[in-house]
Ligand binder design. Structure first.
Ligand code: AMP
Length: 418
């Protein structure tokens, strides 16, 4: 459903402390998913939000949950709210958003994800014992803590599953069900998912009470993305990348490739060709992932070469170009990948290199987009693939206002201690 009228955060029953934080952050108008979810969550309803990253879904659940936690009596030594996210990067990003929104509230949160050292693990354990108001966790790490008896969820009254379909893809569905079973009977469950596979639907029916559905089902990329493709031989892909940057220096570029191996190889090849690039994939340990992401965010690295680990949930606003070195197999992934650019009203380019093996995925993408993507002419020296590679494959493909007073009259209170 499209939201016609503008909803302002001030019109919603959010706590004053949160409105102050939103004011500081220049958040004034709700996005549609926020306008749809916030009142329902404030009313204590279970929610299924069908929305992807970039729609403002994080604030859609954090703002009302923070209001509920601030205004309802809750237990000081309990984990009152658990947020589950499929990847460390998304968990960190939710944590950052939480720190902004909760600035004036005194509500504390902790992000809990794998790949850290033993000291961090102990710190997490202590936070659980002392009662972290909000725990943001990846499923694997949370299960480890639960198995060691470190975490008591019997008093956790709010659970949020962010990117539930991604957690399903990553094989975490049973872990999530185990976690859901630990919660008290009286609890609020909020689930966000870009798609609604049958398994997720079943889980919702089993564990949620009469959920309200808020659907922002726009599986379409932002209009401000200038999309185009090269139809080429696989072996010509690297010269084409070079050609793309023949006249312009690459800046804030993400190149997606289909596997860790391809990412690693491409990183070496492009480095040899003089590009300032770094690889990002799940074989990197947490420290290296953080280092690479920070260097990229700070502009010390021009190009990030990545697997789909970066395609969803990563909040870097000023990506200028996305290159799909390989066509994603799933058209939804195409939308997620290119959605890294043209965020927050900016423009951006998305270029997809379509090799011999990419023709069928391209067809699926064009079907989803309901348009043919513009073809770029090949650079000199690259040959057009034979027409038969464009033919349908014989074998069956794999299924798959300044409204608020200028001065709120409040001085920042010291940031709550964790
Ligand atoms: P998300 O979909 O939660 O990852 O949010 C995408 C981006 O939009 C983040 O950078 C948010 O800080 C930003 N954002 C979310 N809601 C609003 C809003 N109502 N006004 C301005 N920016 C927003």
């Amino acid at each position: 459903m499209t939201q016609k009228t503008t909803t302002y955060f001030e019109d919603l029953d959010l706590s004053e402390d949160i409105l102050d934080a939103l004011w500081d952050m220049h958040f004034e108008k709700c996005t549609p998913v926020q306008a749809g979810c916030i009142p329902e969550i404030l009313n204590g309803k279970d929610i299924i939000g069908i929305a992807q990253t970039g729609t403002g879904k994080t604030a859609a659940y954090l703002l009302p949950i923070l209001t509920l936690l601030a205004e309802e009596p809750h237990e000081a030594d309990a984990v009152n709210c658990l947020i589950m996210a499929p990847t460390r990067e998304l968990a960190q990003q939710i944590d950052q958003a939480l720190q902004g929104f909760s600035y004036y509230t005194g509500i504390n949160g902790i992000a809990v994800y794998g790949g850290n050292d033993g000291v961090r693990f102990e710190q997490e354990h202590r936070s659980f014992q002392q009662g972290a108001d909000i725990v943001i966790a990846t499923p694997g790490r949370l299960i480890t803590h639960m198995q060691l008896g470190n975490l008591d969820l019997s008093r956790t009254t709010h659970l949020i599953l962010d990117e539930a379909d991604r957690m399903l893809d990553m094989g975490f569905i049973d872990d999530i069900k185990t976690i859901l079973k630990q919660l008290p009977e009286k609890r609020q469950v909020i689930m966000f998912s870009a798609t609604m596979p049958e398994e997720i639907d079943k889980m919702a029916k089993e564990f949620m009470h009469n959920p309200a559905e808020v659907r922002i089902a726009v599986s379409k990329p932002a209009e401000k993305i200038d999309q185009s493709i090269y139809i080429c031989h696989d072996g010509d892909k690297t010269p084409i990348v070079k050609h793309i940057f023949a006249d312009t220096k690459p800046e804030r570029v993400i190149i997606f490739a289909s596997s860790k191996m391809r990412v690693k190889e491409l990183n070496i090849i492009l480095k040899r060709k003089g590009f300032n690039c770094e690889a990002m994939h799940s074989d990197l340990d947490q420290k290296d992932r953080d280092r690479v992401m920070l260097a990229f965010k700070q502009g010390k690295v021009d190009m990030l070469i990545a697997t789909d680990i970066v395609s969803r949930g990563i909040d870097i606003d000023d990506i200028q170009m996305v290159i799909n070195y390989d066509c994603p197999r799933d058209p939804e992934d195409y939308v997620h990948r290119i959605g890294r650019t043209a965020r927050a009203g900016r423009t951006g380019r998305a270029i997809t290199l379509v090799g011999e093996k990419d023709m069928f995925p391209l067809r699926k993408i064009e079907k989803l987009l309901e348009e043919k993507l513009p073809r770029n002419p090949l650079p000199e020296g690259c040959k057009e693939p034979e027409p038969e590679v464009k033919a349908k494959p014989k074998s069956k493909p794999n299924s798959k206002s300044n409204r608020r007073p200028a001065n709120r009259g409040k001085k920042p209170t010291p940031k709550p201690q964790k």
